[in-house]
Design a protein around this ligand. Structure first.
Ligand SMILES: [Zn+2]
Length: 270
């Protein structure tokens, strides 16, 4: 009988184990989410739990090291002042990510993947470029953007506390989800939707990414129930499909990095 592989969480391991591991595999993943309201049916740590749950499965599948997930994240401007949300300022979050990567590199890690389950491109992209100037190889992905328009697993573009996000939660931590309170919700953007690339949507000519403009009124004025999309359509089965596909894509990415740059080889960023 073989034991199920365990996720490799940095905080559960000794310094010596971590250093020995880095000699064989120097890729580390940093899961990040946020503290944010997720409607009447999901907890405020939803994005953290989604990031942690997916990264655990990625680590079990690939043996990759996981850095501890900071529970707080940064938020686009229109999330601020919404009850339930505790945003870090952009400067704080960029500093948090860059400090974590610099610190983990001391133990021998040379390749980093920031795995986000929350819309915080406003700080992750800046962190990646600051780290690039210092010579760190860092990739950053938001799981729903990474799926693009994979219609086999996503019926609708993911927005917030909706069908997709709630389905993932139902698969990863059903004990914290109350589907009897799931509702439909939404708001109207300040420009026509046809110009906006939704999370997970394939870009088309004449469109801007959802994080490229001040496209929305503040959520505390705009949203009635904290949901954008239709949470009532969420199921555990849809969540399993989404999670499995994301885990497979990231595992492929890890394998590709391992082949191109074996342990000890620094991608020539600088
Ligand atoms: Zn979320």
């Amino acid at each position: 009988m073989s034991a199920e592989p365990k996720a490799l969480w940095w905080q559960n391991l000794t310094a010596r184990y971590i250093q020995e591991h880095a000699k064989k595999d120097d890729i580390a993943i940093l899961p990040i989410g946020a503290i944010e309201q997720h409607g009447p049916h999901c907890p405020c740590g939803d994005d953290d739990f989604n990031a942690i749950g997916m990264c655990e499965l990625i680590s079990k599948k690939t043996g990759v090291m996981l850095l501890p997930c900071p529970m707080y994240g940064s938020h686009p401007y229109h999330h601020w002042y919404m009850p339930g949300n505790i945003p870090l300022s952009y400067e704080t979050h960029i500093g948090l990510i860059t400090d974590i990567v610099r610190g983990a590199a001391v133990s021998g890690f040379n390749k980093f993947i920031i795995f986000s389950a929350h819309g915080q491109v406003s700080s992750t992209i800046v962190a990646v470029h600051k780290l690039g100037l210092e010579g760190y190889f860092t990739l950053s992905l938001h799981w729903y953007d990474f799926l693009r328009d994979d219609r086999e697993v996503l019926d609708t573009w993911m927005w917030h506390a909706d069908e997709a996000e709630t389905s993932v939660a139902l698969y990863l931590f059903p004990e914290l989800v109350d589907m009897s309170k799931a509702e439909k919700g939404g708001g109207e953007p300040l420009v026509d939707r046809r110009f906006i690339i939704a999370p997970g949507m394939r870009p088309q000519p004449g469109m801007m990414y959802h994080f490229e403009g001040t496209f929305a009124r503040p959520e505390y004025k705009e949203l009635t129930n904290g949901i954008i999309g239709d949470a009532t359509k969420a199921t555990r089965e849809k969540g399993e499909k989404i999670v499995t596909r994301v885990v497979d894509y990231v595992a492929e990415l890890i394998e590709n990095i391992r082949q191109r740059y074996p342990a000890g080889v620094k991608p020539p960023v600088k």
